[in-house]
Write a protein that binds this ligand. Structure first.
Ligand SMILES: Nc1ncnc2c1ncn2[C@@H]1O[C@H](COP(=O)(O)OP(=O)(O)O)[C@@H](O)[C@H]1O
Ligand SMILES: [Mg+2]
Length: 321
């Protein structure tokens, strides 16, 4: 049964095949209590499939999925009590009023009648649905539909939320609102959410899992993932040094020899009497050595500016190979 000392999610060597398609290929990861985890990957990577298995809606081909120490395949009812799920297509009953739909979901969740009213009221308040309770679900905007989807997911106050692309199809204002709501829910719940909006991950998630072609390719904090790819430095060296004109080829050679630099590209044109280059580096920040060596050559460093790589750069590198 539910064991609070176990990780909220444990997936071990999970695989899923649909006919000839192998959607998930030996996925293993754990999510401890309290983390808000971004689950990223290109379309078709296997995110929704993994989430459907975790929530007990789909059977794995092999491997195991556990929620709070409960095996989902063996005890789906018990496991589902611990989680709220917002599926990617957020299926709702369009001809029900919001209040009817939530009561219906409370019945399905087997919430005792006496506790239904306060639990619905709590979900409604948290998801900002008070003003639309009497409206038909089918008449709601996409943003409100997502709120209704989130309200049904948190109805029974589960410790774990599994959200499949909760902000997809929303306009920028709605995205900001839903993101704030998820962030708020993340203060007390464990969350696994898939998304393709990378800045969202940097503001909402404390950890990122990236899958590609059914396999885990990265598992780290958003900050570390960005750091992994190092960065780029824009450098402008004067064309005239203390000892006369400078050959661009000489500058290029010196920049290439600096410790930590992995690539040098010449930027177009001249800038303020200097020549511009872009240096790429991976781990070691080459700026101290760059400054010293350009000075030692008695050249003049007109400009030195660091550009951090973004999570998008890392995502592309990990999923385009
Ligand atoms: N019901 C299904 N039948 C056959 N193939 C499927 C089915 N669902 C998903 N797939 C395939 O499995 C792979 C993973 O899909 P999915 O888990 O939906 O990825 P994601 O959510 O990351 O976009 C894709 O190649 C997809 O076409
Ligand atoms: Mg999907």
């Amino acid at each position: 049964m539910f064991n609070a000392s176990m990780p909220m999610i444990q997936i071990r060597d999970l695989t899923k095949t649909y006919g000839k398609t192998m959607a998930v290929r030996g996925l293993t990861f754990e999510v401890p209590k309290g983390q808000v985890v971004g689950f990223l990957g290109p379309n078709g990577a296997g995110k929704s499939t993994t989430m459907k298995i975790l929530t007990g809606y789909l059977e794995a081909t092999s491997g195991s999925a556990m929620i709070g120490g409960i095996d989902v395949a063996a005890h789906p009812v018990e496991a589902r009590k611990l989680l709220g799920y917002l599926p990617e297509d957020n299926p709702l009953y369009d001809d029900m009023m919001v209040v009817e739909y939530l009561r219906y979901m409370a019945d399905l969740r087997k919430i005792p009648h006496a506790s239904q009213a306060p639990m619905i009221a709590n979900a409604v308040r948290r998801c900002g649905l008070d003003s639309v309770m009497g409206r038909d679900v089918g008449a709601l905007s996409k943003g409100y539909r997502q709120r209704v989807g989130l309200a049904q997911a948190i109805l029974h106050d589960p410790p774990l939320l599994i959200l499949d692309e909760p902000t997809s199809g929303l306009d920028p204002n709605q995205i900001v609102e839903i993101r704030a709501l998820i962030k708020e829910l993340g203060r007390e719940k464990t969350i696994l959410m898939s998304t393709h909006i990378l800045p969202e991950v940097q503001t909402t998630c404390s950890r990122v899992l990236i899958i590609n072609d059914g396999k885990l390719v990265a598992d780290d904090t958003p900050e570390n993932l960005v750091m992994q790819d190092g960065g780029a430095i824009r450098v402008v060296v004067a064309v005239q040094g203390d000892e006369g004109p400078i050959e661009v080829a000489d500058v290029f050679r010196l920049l290439e020899s600096i410790r930590g630099v992995t690539r040098v590209e010449e930027a177009d044109g001249e800038y303020d009497g200097g020549h511009a280059f872009t240096l790429r580096y991976e781990r070691e920040d080459p700026r101290p050595a760059l400054f010293r060596q350009v000075s030692a050559a008695r050249w003049i460093l007109l400009e030195m500016h660091r550009k951090e790589m973004s999570l998008e750069d890392t995502f592309r590198r990990l999923t385009m190979e």
